[in-house]
Design a protein around this ligand. Structure first.
Ligand code: URA
Length: 423
């Protein structure tokens, strides 16, 4: 095969043959296709799209570029969740232990923050002592003991995606539905989960700004999962305003612990319970304990503590607290009619909760706490948001990101959080 022929085929609107796809992905992983050639192919895919058969084969080739994990030694079915990313999306933290408390095993490989969206590993690392990197044996050990494990993917898992994702990030080729779908699904299928629930977000704080694109992404991923024998379901959920009342790292861990203790904000509880029910159903556990009960009776909290300790963390340790805070107050009295997820996400990122370059550290204490959600009554001059940062010089640029991000009106009824279900 010749890389230029493969690029021309896609550039001119043709379909790539299975052999061309297998070769392109394998040769790129081995370093035999140059970065500029793969960049051209990725752009041709972004502009021309891919058929269902091409996406399936591309995903398969990315899975085969590395190892495929196997959990058949466990005595319970495995089930996992993947979110396409949002602002305040800490759902994995209460969700994984809740699902484990209801009888399934949750082997979750998670990621770090990307741009204005937070990452599960960055949040968990604010717990003193907690380690994200585990060997496959350690991962099995935690899963056996606690029933759930959340850790970083090793370098042996879908190495083709690791390389391609870094290239897409710097060539304007992230926003392609076939490339996003194959990227996410290759990692989830290689992770070896038996069932998968996708939380596909739509709105200002998500990758997909409108519901139509999110629906197409969800359908593509559900198709890939089914083609690979992974029982896959997607929920389309709203990401126009942050989830919960905390955005950042340690502040989101604290909110998750409230949910695990039977409290916490209603939207976080609603999404945790809905996704948990879907995960259990997808794994075939129909007569299992209800997730809402596992949050009420303390069994989800017990698993959280065991899961955190098994990875070196101290579930009782005090979480990092920011040195500096700054209040944003309500500009008028009325009903909060908008609190934009993207603006809040960018502000939290600039406060230090996210990173500017891949190798940068994050601040565990940085973030934003909300004092009201859209639909709540607010009074002029009372606190709307509290910004947290390690140093006060972070506040200026964060406040700029919040300009125009909130509005107070006469009345507002929040739209439903769960927009649709795709199976
Ligand atoms: N997350 C991924 O893992 N891959 C993408 O392409 C986009 C989001």
């Amino acid at each position: 095969f010749d890389a230029v022929d493969v690029i021309r085929t896609k550039r001119d609107g043709g379909s790539l043959s299975p052999e061309q796809i297998d070769w392109a992905v394998a040769a790129y992983t081995r370093g035999e296709i140059a970065e500029e050639q793969m960049a051209a192919l990725a752009m041709a895919i972004l502009l021309r799209g891919m058929t269902r058969a091409e996406v399936a084969r591309w995903t398969e080739a990315m899975i085969r570029s590395g190892e495929r994990m196997d959990w058949s030694r466990l005595d319970r079915p495995t089930t996992d969740k993947h979110s396409t990313g949002g602002v305040g999306d800490k759902i994995t933290l209460p969700l994984a232990p809740t699902v484990a408390a209801c009888g399934a095993a949750v082997p979750q490989l998670s990621g770090r923050g990307l741009g204005h969206t937070g990452g599960t590993l960055d949040k968990l690392e604010s717990i003193p002592g907690w380690r994200a990197s585990l060997s496959n044996e350690e991962m099995l050990g935690v899963l056996d003991k606690a029933g759930a494990v959340v850790c970083a993917a090793g370098s042996g898992l879908a190495p083709a995606d690791r390389k391609l994702y870094a290239l897409r990030d710097v060539t304007g080729t992230v926003e392609s539905i076939p490339l996003i779908a194959s990227s996410i699904m290759s990692k989830k299928i290689a992770e070896g989960t038996g069932a998968l629930v996708l939380d596909v977000k739509a709105g200002s704080g998500a990758f997909m700004k409108n519901v139509g694109d999110a629906r197409e992404l969800a359908r593509t991923m559900v198709g890939i999962g089914s083609d690979h024998g992974v029982n896959t379901v997607a929920l389309l959920t709203a990401m126009d305003t942050p989830l919960g009342l905390a955005v950042g790292n340690a502040v989101e861990v604290a909110e998750s612990v409230e949910v695990l203790g039977g409290g916490g904000p209603a939207d976080v509880v609603e999404l945790t319970v809905a996704l948990a029910r879907e995960m259990l159903a997808a794994a075939g556990l129909t007569g299992a304990k209800d997730p809402a009960e596992a949050l009420r009776d303390g069994s989800a909290m017990d698993i959280w503590r065991s899961m955190i300790s098994a990875q070196g963390g101290d579930p009782d340790a005090a979480l990092p607290v920011a040195n500096e805070t700054c209040q944003v107050t309500a500009p008028a009295t009325g009903v909060l009619s908008r609190l934009d997820a993207y603006g809040v996400g960018v502000a939290a990122w600039r406060l230090g909760a996210g990173r500017a370059r891949k190798e940068d550290p994050v601040s565990h204490a940085a973030g934003i706490t909300l004092h009201a959600k859209p639909g709540d009554r607010v009074r002029e001059g009372e606190p709307l948001l509290t910004l947290h940062a390690d140093t006060a010089d972070r506040f200026g640029r964060a406040l700029e990101a919040l300009e125009g991000a909130y509005e107070v009106g006469e009345a507002f009824t929040p739209p439903p959080l769960i927009i649709d279900r795709i199976a």
